[in-house]
Design a protein around this ligand. Structure first.
Ligand SMILES: [Zn+2]
Ligand SMILES: [Zn+2]
Length: 280
């Protein structure tokens, strides 16, 4: 069980190792009660194309970053609180195999493992961590999740007006509510999405209509009951990025990079055996 690793020297050493690999580009990860449950390389679907990313699963957060030197140096650290995470398995589709969605309130994306065994291991470990975390903390799972962005390559014309063709000059934009790829005129309005940012974000005209109507409806209801449980304010972590996605390539990070290593999970009886599931 993962609990046995709390306060263990091996766990402290591993977390220190992860901190070291991110260096000053990452945040401190050693926190009382935190356990590194597993690590490995997954292919993350980014705006332009799939890219290799190093993932670290802790018992309370999921961390990932760009690989500069395998097992030595990572940057662009992202930290996702697990109580926000919801997984959704993806069907295999052509070259996109062994994938699932990682959905959170502020950001959602697809990742792919090298084999179906690895996929099931990752998903089982993440699900178990979420379950344990929610049980222990008494927190409730997030109900709202950000849309998964449609990759640029899947849309040659605007998904809203279906007329405007994308070119170098006619740029693609992503609706922050539904994730569709739309043209400028079809996304010239902004709406406040408190789960994602403190300032209004670009949305498509469809979503603008829907959101505006819902808001009007809500205001009406609020005349009677004033508490809006959905008002959670802005998240601490910045997701207020502009249209460019933050997953820029590093020079050494070849897009076709494939790690020969299998993911490692430490929660099993013998830390050297990665394939065991948690034993109760
Ligand atoms: Zn359009
Ligand atoms: Zn939309």
């Amino acid at each position: 069980m993962v609990d046995r690793l709390v306060n263990s020297e091996a766990n402290a050493r591993r977390i220190e190792g992860v901190e070291g690999c991110f260096g000053s580009s990452g945040q401190p990860l050693a926190v009382q009660g935190r356990v590194l449950v597993g690590e490995g390389v997954l292919t993350k679907m980014c705006r332009k194309k799939p890219k290799a990313r190093q993932f670290f699963l802790f018992n309370d957060i999921l961390v990932y970053g760009n690989i500069i030197i395998n097992k030595k140096k990572y940057n662009k650290q992202h930290v996702i609180p697990l109580e926000e995470v919801k997984l959704e398995s993806l069907e295999d589709d052509g070259q996109f195999r062994n994938g699932w969605l990682i959905r959170t309130a502020s950001k959602s994306f697809a990742v792919f493992a090298a084999t179906s065994t690895e996929k099931h291991e990752w998903m089982a470990h993440i699900e178990k961590c979420i379950e344990d975390l929610l049980r222990k903390s008494g927190k409730k799972a997030a109900e709202e999740h950000a849309a998964v962005w449609v990759p640029d390559s899947e849309a040659h014309v605007c998904m809203h007006c279906k007329r405007n063709q994308f070119t170098v000059l006619n740029r693609r934009h992503h609706c922050r509510k539904c994730g569709a790829v739309v043209c400028g005129p079809c996304s010239n309005k902004k709406f406040l999405l408190p789960n994602q940012a403190s300032k209004p974000l670009r949305v498509c005209l469809n979503c603008y209509d829907t959101l505006s109507k819902a808001k009007a409806q809500n205001n009406q209801n609020n005349l009677n009951s004033k508490n809006d449980p959905r008002d959670k304010g802005c998240l601490a972590e910045s997701s207020c990025e502009d249209d460019t996605d933050d997953d820029e390539d590093n020079l050494n990070n070849r897009p076709d990079y494939q790690s020969p290593d299998q993911p490692k999970f430490y929660g099993s009886a013998n830390a050297d055996v990665g394939n065991d599931q948690y034993s109760k």
